[in-house]
Design a binder for this molecule. Structure first.
Ligand SMILES: [Cu+2]
Length: 248
């Protein structure tokens, strides 16, 4: 990101004055594409420079220098909406992270072969526009391996089962829920992750809803196997190998 300190403004303007009108125009033309991306900073720079330089330049150059930054500012309005900046979350981000250790704790392993003590996990939640995106990052797990993972209804406990069932937006009247109509990644939050050669991995899930205020997930459980989807097994992913308590 370009600096906008006074020194940064004076620099290009000063250089322009000493190098002549053609160099000034080239410098400003060079800036204009960037101004589409960073309209606030560069439009300000361009306008200030145009005014300063105009005092020493020919009328034609004044016109050219004024047109370039003004056009950039005009385009900036559209350009700003095309920027890749993430939308402002409506309910904040939740972050939980820690190092796996034997229970009790907030980040625990129940299977030290698959989730070694010292491995790490981080969970981020972003709520925006009525949808929820949750990201699970892990490191220090077994390399090149698939793990199932989901948001569960209870915090992590001394045993894997303490985290309870998967969080479901629409609750299956039958438990345990193995019906794909309920046990699916649109009604639950699935974060199955495949580790790389170093044992690190990332999974992201976006669902088209927000947690109800009175009923939220409280953990992410890491399972020994990828999540099944077939009727009668949907949502199952083997034993619970680790758990991260998350204040969703
Ligand atoms: Cu699970």
């Amino acid at each position: 990101m370009a600096g906008s300190a006074p020194g940064g403004i004076a620099g290009p303007c000063t250089a322009g004055r000493s190098n002549g009108g053609a160099a000034l125009l080239v410098k400003h033309l060079r800036w204009s594409p960037r101004s589409l991306i960073y309209p606030d900073e560069d439009c300000r720079l361009g306008l200030i420079c145009a005014i300063l330089l105009g005092m020493r330049a020919t009328p034609l150059l004044i016109a050219a220098l004024l047109c370039v930054p003004i056009a950039a500012c005009g385009g900036g309005a559209g350009g700003a909406s095309d920027r890749a900046a993430p939308p402002a979350p409506s309910a904040g981000n939740v972050e939980a992270s820690g190092t796996f250790a034997a229970p009790p704790g907030a980040v625990v392993t129940y299977d030290e072969a698959l989730v070694p003590v010292g491995a790490t996990a981080a969970v981020d939640e972003t709520v925006a526009g009525g949808s929820t995106t949750i990201t699970l990052d892990v490191a220090g797990l077994v390399p090149n391996r698939q793990y199932g993972a989901h948001a569960h209804v209870n915090p992590c406990g001394a045993a894997g089962k303490d985290a309870g069932p998967h969080f479901q937006l629409t609750r299956d009247p039958v438990t345990p829920s193995v019906d794909p109509a309920y046990a699916n990644p649109r009604n639950e939050i699935w974060l199955d992750v495949t580790t790389n050669g170093q044992g690190a991995g990332r999974a992201t899930s976006t669902v088209a809803w927000e947690f109800p205020a009175d009923r939220r997930a409280k953990s992410v459980v890491i399972h020994t196997m990828p999540t099944a989807t077939a009727p009668g097994k949907a949502g199952t992913a083997g034993d619970r190998a680790g758990c991260v308590t998350v204040g969703f």
